[in-house]
Design a binder for this molecule. Structure first.
Ligand code: NCD
Length: 305
């Protein structure tokens, strides 16, 4: 992975994932023991975020700082020359010499690919519109492994806005490297893009598409639920009609009465009732915490010694 870009989830092999998971587990143990890690002393990372972010930007930055590295950051487009009309490529060509790695979030699908073509340092896609979010998929599979002890053999339900949700696009592709069954739970208008579904089928994944969250709950080991992506809708009325389509409650989980794991990339809006937070099934805040060791692993593999 040395000096490589991370642009889509499709680029990972199962071996890459196993290396990242093992390395993340090592970093997680070291962090718990408050060990000093200084392997990034000579490295600078730039985080360029043209869309809102809490966990992704902070966990990338925390990961770098925890390894003794340095961070320069643009938290929103208004604070950079983009506000004066500068193009993304000009911005990148001006800063790629300042840093060792660029982490980019941008509303356009394919923006990370474009930036990687001009940047002389490695580029990590931290979300390109409704396209991909490959590093979220890494922390998601790390979390599944941590919570379930395995990934192979599981039935995993991805629910919510599968059309616009970049996390579910990337996660589905990463999961296709394992022996899993996928339940794709969404309203008809928010189904997983056809080309991703075809890719999963070609990879031999058993897929079931349904609109019924209750039914999926009975057969899955992991439920990964996502918010309806308001910012991707042109028509606000359509968003208003769909936003409450799935609301998970404590009662729904209790009735199913099995060892289910509830994940969410966060932020949640209304899809998980906060009463669920205290249940052992709720792992989404642990999932968010895993962003740090997983991103430490990734950064160290790309720009480490
Ligand atoms: C997600 C994203 O930005 O795609 N958040 C994240 O990175 N953890 C999910 C979302 O915004 O719904």
């Amino acid at each position: 992975m040395k000096a490589k870009d991370v642009l889509t989830a499709e680029q990972f092999t199962r071996e890459d994932l196993s290396i990242i998971i093992d390395k993340a587990a090592q970093f997680s143990r070291a962090l718990k023991k408050s060990e000093t890690i200084e392997i990034m002393k000579n490295n600078i990372m730039a985080t360029l975020f043209f869309e809102p972010s809490t966990r992704t930007r902070f966990s990338f930055e925390t990961a770098m700082l925890r390894m003794g590295g340095k961070v320069i950051s643009m938290a929103d487009a208004d604070s950079s020359s983009v506000a004066k009309g500068e193009s993304l490529c000009d911005t990148i060509c001006s800063i790629h010499d300042y840093v060792d790695i660029i982490v980019l979030r941008h509303p356009e699908i394919g923006s990370a690919q474009l930036v990687a073509e001009v940047a002389e340092c490695p580029v990590i896609n931290a979300g390109d519109g409704s396209g991909q979010h490959p590093t979220q998929a890494l922390l998601d599979i790390y979390t599944i492994r941590q919570e379930k002890g395995r990934i192979d053999g599981l039935t995993i339900a991805l629910a919510g806005d599968l059309k616009h949700g970049r996390t579910v696009h990337s996660l589905a592709q990463v999961l296709s490297l394992y022996n899993v069954k996928l339940l794709l739970v969404s309203p008809l208008t928010l189904r997983m893009p056809e080309e991703i579904v075809r890719g999963l089928e070609n990879a031999g994944v058993i897929i079931e598409q349904t609109q019924d969250l209750h039914k999926a709950l009975y057969s899955c080991d992991v439920l990964y639920i996502t918010r309806v992506q308001r910012e991707r809708f042109v028509n606000t009325e359509e968003y208003e009609n769909l936003k409450g389509v799935y609301v998970l409650t404590k009662e729904m989980i209790k009735i199913v009465d099995k060892d289910i794991t509830i994940m969410h990339p966060l932020p949640r809006v209304n899809e998980i009732d906060s009463a669920i937070d205290e249940m052992p099934a709720a792992v989404y805040f642990r999932q968010a915490a895993n962003g740090v060791p997983v991103r430490m692993a990734l950064l160290s593999l790309i720009i480490g010694e």
